[in-house]
Design a protein around this ligand. Structure first.
Ligand SMILES: Cc1cc2nc3c(=O)[nH]c(=O)nc-3n(C[C@H](O)[C@H](O)[C@H](O)COP(=O)(O)OP(=O)(O)OC[C@H]3O[C@@H](n4cnc5c(N)ncnc54)[C@H](O)[C@@H]3O)c2cc1C
Length: 327
């Protein structure tokens, strides 16, 4: 591998819009390319999403590379890996960055295998090390701790980013005018061996994008009391979330679960009622600007994370908050 190009790779979300996490990945990609003294490219597989070039310009991308092929119209693991491997063999990037989503979890390690590249998943930051090489920081043990890896010695690296831990930061120098080109690949010999037969439901407003979230946990006591969470969320113009036990108990849909195995959120305000503050829950909300907690146990862990804490019974406090919010 000769070039030191940094490539952020993404593909259509099926809605014609830019895939969630792309802007955060581009922001980090630009920082790393700057540290390496190289260019940032954005490789987009499949149909062209709306606003591609404008977004690329805002995030300081030097070149947009597109691969369009009938086999890439919708996510198909073998075709995507093959297309990416052919692209990397032509362009020899030093670093390929993905926003870590269910599809990219399937693709990134296989691409690395095909290229003889190093691969790191769950990455929350990439920085230049003292010797000019790169260091990747990844979350470990369900977000409880972090690992730092030195990336040196492999011809290239494939890194999957936990983009909810990153900020989307447009280029300070102002927008660029990236060149866009189409890269040809031959996918005629590719056969899919795994087919996606069910995808997560993605209708309605998304917790990951909500500005205000009101979440309830086991401390609500019974499924009927969850309506207090919904009422308060509605009254303050937010969305209702939940801790895992009440999802597991079937009180609310799994799409509302916040945490390590649920949604990773970053609202301005996160109000947690009857939630203990276990690390697996906090992995999904600790990036909130302000956390407010209601818990009757003054020693509950959630009070270590929150800016405002109310010690008391959430079944008494929530109706008061609903009343106040409606006034
Ligand atoms: C691999 C793994 C992944 C996980 N992923 C997730 C995840 O994504 N999301 C998640 O949430 N959890 C997850 N968990 C579970 C997590 O460890 C906790 O068990 C869970 O978050 C606890 O939920 P809770 O706070 O609602 O319940 P509890 O731990 O039972 O806490 C209830 C809290 O409510 C308080 N309380 C009780 N009654 C009242 C009242 N009337 N008024 C006010 N406060 C009251 C109690 O003091 C207590 O602090 C995961 C666990 C594992 C092992």
């Amino acid at each position: 591998m000769t070039s030191k190009r940094v490539v952020v790779c993404s593909w259509s979300d099926g809605q014609g819009t830019i895939a969630v996490g792309s802007e955060e990945a581009l922001s980090l990609g630009r920082k790393v390319a700057g540290a390496l003294g190289s260019e940032l490219h954005w490789l987009v597989l499949g149909p062209q999403p709306e606003g591609l070039l404008e977004t690329a310009g805002r995030f300081g991308v030097a070149g947009v590379d597109r691969i369009e092929n009938a086999a890439l119209e919708a996510f198909a693991q073998d075709a995507y890996v093959e297309a990416l491997a052919q692209y990397c063999n032509q362009e020899s990037p030093a670093l390929v960055l993905f926003s870590q989503a269910p599809d990219t979890r399937l693709v990134a390690p296989r691409l690395a295998g095909r290229l003889g590249a190093g691969v790191v998943m769950n990455v929350v930051d990439v920085t230049a090390g003292d010797d000019g090489g790169l260091e990747a920081t990844a979350s470990a043990y369900g977000g409880d701790t972090r690992m730092v890896y030195e990336l040196s010695g492999a011809p290239a690296y494939v890194v999957a980013l936990n983009t909810t831990a990153l900020l989307a930061e447009p280029a300070e120098a102002g927008p660029t005018s990236p060149k866009c080109r189409t890269v040809a690949v031959d996918l005629s010999g590719t056969q899919e061996r795994i087919r996606v037969i069910e995808r997560p439901r993605a209708e309605g407003p998304r917790l990951e994008e909500a500005d205000i979230i009101v979440s309830g946990g086991r401390g609500l006591g019974s499924p009927e009391n969850y309506k207090l969470i919904e009422q308060l969320a509605e009254a303050v113009g937010g969305l209702a979330g939940a801790s895992r036990p009440i999802v597991d108990e079937g009180w609310v849909d799994s799409s509302q679960q916040v945490g390590l195995t649920g949604k990773i959120t970053r609202p301005a305000l996160y109000l947690a009622a009857g939630i203990s503050g276990a690390s697996q829950h906090m992995a999904g909300c600790s990036a909130a600007k302000t956390i407010v907690a209601i818990n009757r146990d003054p020693d509950a862990s959630i009070f270590r994370y929150c800016r405002y804490g109310l010690v008391g019974d959430c079944l008494e406090i929530l109706p008061e908050l609903i009343r106040a919010a409606k006034q």
